[in-house]
Design a protein around this ligand. Structure first.
Ligand SMILES: *Cc1c(COP(=O)(O)O)cnc(C)c1O
Length: 400
């Protein structure tokens, strides 16, 4: 591999992302951008109004290092309401610059160089870079998509092999990094899978980081369970989440981490020298969001489920086998019926000219060793207005 000039050895290979290339393509070609996952509608007024009112007040100055007390209390209440987990807002809850900083700070704080991190692949794109910055080593376990026929919407789940999980846990393993509901697959880990993960983590004495930013974007009968709620797990688990996905405020970057006080204190030590604090006026707004009634959270789900069904129907009608996700706002297709060589990157580069739509090749969510597993897969986002999705489906249906 060619070396990128100036870039440290820790970050070689992380130079450029396909996201930037695809978003630039969308702009250049006037295509509908279903690549990067960001909503195209504002969040709830009850949240936005609090942020507007907070600007020009003391909230413009540094909030306390661990986060605004009102927000930490709202996070603890939310964890109790939806997960049944009890956290002391003073010491067991830390506000971060999005889930991204929570993850990076946790990895920097908790890993020694050479420590291994077991995680599922495909994986959210910041994981590999953050583990590399912390000097850690990735031990990926592949997730396999369910079989789907061309032109059909598959409703099966992505799965993994227990033997592959056990083989990934070596004596150097220090941490399990779990993401459920999972981006990019939309998988919600089942009770049986979580029980197996808990057993493996306990036997190998692993710390567990669980990224639950899609906790409220869960469809149909699927139920999100935090691994922290399994017997014996709360003492070794840090739960990470964020307001960005739930409240359509991905640019605000208000995230948090909850867990045992000594682990949270370690994360706080790294976090205080990364950003110290962020998003003063957004902190009381996210606190208001977390206190919205259950009907709001149910509405988010119903709304996105309708969009999911619209997009997946359009993808299936275009002749692409598509897996209907159980959660998140992403759907994955197998491009081979329309791209016989199975090259998802080539498919995505050609898609703007072919259909006026942009997507991202899922291969970017795999490490080099397993890239072949994701080569033929492409991810589409459906966190867009109904008319945008209808137009995207129409264009895909006319694709040659
Ligand atoms: C969007 C996303 C994040 C980042 O959350 P922020 O709060 O925007 O930092 C983290 N993990 C996953 C899986 C995501 O999809």
């Amino acid at each position: 591999m060619t070396r990128t000039p100036y870039l440290s050895s820790r970050l070689q290979g992380f130079g450029t992302t396909v996201f930037a290339e695809m978003s630039a393509l969308a702009v250049a070609t006037g295509s509908i951008n279903l690549g990067q996952g960001f909503p195209d509608e504002p969040g709830p007024a009850a949240v936005l109004d609090v942020a507007r009112a907070a600007i020009g007040t003391a909230h413009d100055q540094y909030p306390p290092g661990p986060g605004l007390p009102e927000l930490r209390t709202a996070i603890a209440e939310h964890q109790l309401r939806f997960r049944g987990l009890t956290h002391d807002p003073d010491g067991e809850v830390l506000v971060t610059a999005g889930a991204t900083e929570a993850l990076t700070a946790a990895l920097l704080a908790l890993l020694e160089p050479g420590d291994e991190v077991v995680l599922f692949e495909p994986m959210y794109d910041s994981y590999a870079a953050a583990v590399a910055m912390a000097g850690g080593v990735l031990r990926p376990v592949p997730l396999h998509p369910p079989a789907v026929a061309a032109g059909e919407v598959g409703t099966g789940a992505w799965t993994f092999e227990e033997a592959a999980l056990r083989a990934a846990v070596t004596p150097r393993a220090r941490m399990l990094l779990l993401n459920t509901p999972h981006n990019p697959t939309g998988k919600v880990f089942t009770a049986a899978e979580l029980a197996l993960l808990a057993e493996v983590a306990t036997a190998a004495d692993l710390l567990v980081l669980t990224d639950e930013v899609y906790e409220h974007l869960v469809f149909d009968g699927a139920t999100h369970t935090s691994i922290a709620t399994l017997p014996g797990m709360a003492g070794r688990t840090l739960v990470i989440s964020s307001g960005g996905k739930t409240f359509n405020t991905t640019g605000w970057k208000i995230g948090w981490v909850c867990g045992p006080a000594p682990l949270v204190a370690a994360v706080r030590t790294a976090k205080q020298y990364l950003t110290f604090v962020n998003g003063g006026p957004f902190q009381p707004a996210v606190a208001a969001g977390l206190r919205l009634p259950d009907a709001f959270f149910a509405g988010v789900t119903a709304d996105l489920q309708r969009r999911r069904d619209r997009l997946t129907a359009g993808l299936a009608a275009a002749g692409l086998p598509v897996v209907s996700p159980q959660a998140t706002y992403f759907a994955t297709v197998d491009v081979r019926p329309l791209q016989p060589d199975g090259d998802g990157v080539a498919f995505c580069r050609a898609l703007p000219a072919r259909a006026g739509v942009v997507a991202v090749p899922s291969v970017v969510f795999y490490g080099a060793a397993d890239a072949h597993l994701g080569r033929h897969l492409v991810r589409f986002a459906f966190c867009k207005r109904d008319e945008v999705l209808a137009e995207a489906a129409r264009r895909l249906g006319e694709m040659q």
